[in-house]
Unconditional design. Structure first.
Length: 384
């Protein structure tokens, strides 16, 4: 009887997604969820709409690979820093300038890895690095975007910039903290971020379809037979094409598709698998991630006081969280601009993966209020 009630309630998830598709808020979505209850694992999957609207219509599939956007920050970069901490190669309160000497310029010598992970460094949140690089390409008549030189120029530009507020006095979410963290991983490991992540944890953890997609300037677009497995994103004005099988984020694109803040691609099942790995390590069922260190990373740092940020991970803000009303305060998650999200309730052992292509040819740019609605419907159903 209980299972029939749960199934009936879960149909509301499909209806909510279909309503959003009909309203042109999203072309399509894959939503996977599970929760442990009374020793039983409850599961749900919704696959709706289209992965690609143009240049051809391709239905969404559970296996569709998405541009995860800022989920890169937690699945790749934060986990890479955790691994380096486990190795003893870095410590959370190490100054960034220990690894990137130029970063110490402009009174940034006191900024630490912990500051970057909590978005409290004082760095400007974002800069449109693609704009001066485009102008330089036009003037010189040679390819710059996507090259190693362009990536190094972006990193050096951030390293030589001034802070906009004192470190630790405010938490302002942005990308530049994680661009620098990605550079730290590469400097310490002496490997590119994509190779380090693949060899150190994506491969060993069984996340076979998770990885960075090099920009066309670096590796060319994938063949059509491969690209049809991807969800498309925006019709990009400065690249003059629909972004499909390459990174959407402009700064990640000019850096060659591999950056600490964006560039990671994966299907929903891999993201769900990553959530399971987090839960198993947190509850001591697995040692693939170091439990004690993971618990530090998933705990609010109060930097500054009352900030919701753990290390790399967000936690629910009461009343306004994209996780909705029912995720406990002991939850972690993150969002991606392309319409992606992952939330994990560490107490309830609930995971919700919501991957959409919301920036792909939608009729209007909405505030995308769908996430808390979907999370609430799932937790209400699982709790019935």
């Amino acid at each position: 009887m209980r299972h029939s009630v749960i199934r009936r309630k879960l149909r509301r998830v499909d209806r909510a997604l279909d309503k959003a598709i009909d309203a042109a808020e999203i072309p399509g979505a894959v939503v996977l969820a599970e929760m442990r209850r009374d020793g039983e694992l409850l599961e749900h999957a919704s696959v709706r709409g289209l992965a690609v609207v143009r240049p051809e219509r391709i239905p969404m599939a559970r296996e569709t690979i998405f541009d995860l956007a800022s989920l890169t920050k937690v699945l790749a970069t934060t986990t890479a820093i955790l691994m380096l901490c486990q190795d003893g190669a870095v410590a959370l309160d190490d100054p960034v300038a220990r690894f990137l000497p130029h970063f110490g310029e402009m009174k940034k010598e006191g900024v630490t890895l912990r500051h970057l992970l909590t978005h409290s460094s004082g760095l400007r949140p974002w800069r449109a690095f693609h704009e001066p690089l485009l102008e330089r390409e036009r003037k010189k008549g040679e390819r710059i975007i996507g090259t190693t030189a362009a990536k190094q120029w972006v990193i050096e530009s951030i390293c030589r910039s001034a802070l906009v507020h004192d470190s630790g006095t405010a938490a302002v979410y942005g990308d530049l903290d994680f661009v620098i963290l990605g550079a730290v991983v590469e400097a310490v490991s002496q490997q590119s971020l994509d190779v380090f992540c693949r060899e150190r944890f994506f491969g060993p953890l069984g996340l076979a379809q998770t990885g960075f997609a090099p920009s066309p300037e670096r590796g060319g677009l994938p063949p059509d037979s491969v690209r049809r497995g991807f969800a498309a994103t925006e019709n990009c004005p400065w690249r003059d094409r629909i972004i499909w099988g390459e990174v959407h984020d402009p700064n990640a694109s000019v850096m060659g598709g591999v950056a600490g803040h964006a560039g990671l691609f994966a299907p929903a099942d891999d993201v769900l698998g990553f959530g399971r790995i987090i839960l198993d390590a947190w509850h001591g069922r697995s040692d693939v991630l170091p439990r004690d260190l993971l618990r530090v990373f998933l705990t609010r740092q109060n930097l500054p006081e009352k900030s919701d940020w753990a290390l790399g991970w967000d936690t629910p803000t009461p009343g306004t969280s994209s996780s909705g009303r029912f995720f406990s305060s002991n939850s972690v998650g993150h969002l991606g601009f392309t319409g992606t999200s992952l939330w994990i309730d560490l107490d309830r052992e609930a995971i919700v993966v919501m991957l959409t292509n919301r920036v792909h040819l939608v009729a209007k740019k909405s505030n995308f209020t769908l996430r808390p609605v979907i999370h609430d419907l799932i937790i209400e159903a699982f709790s019935a």
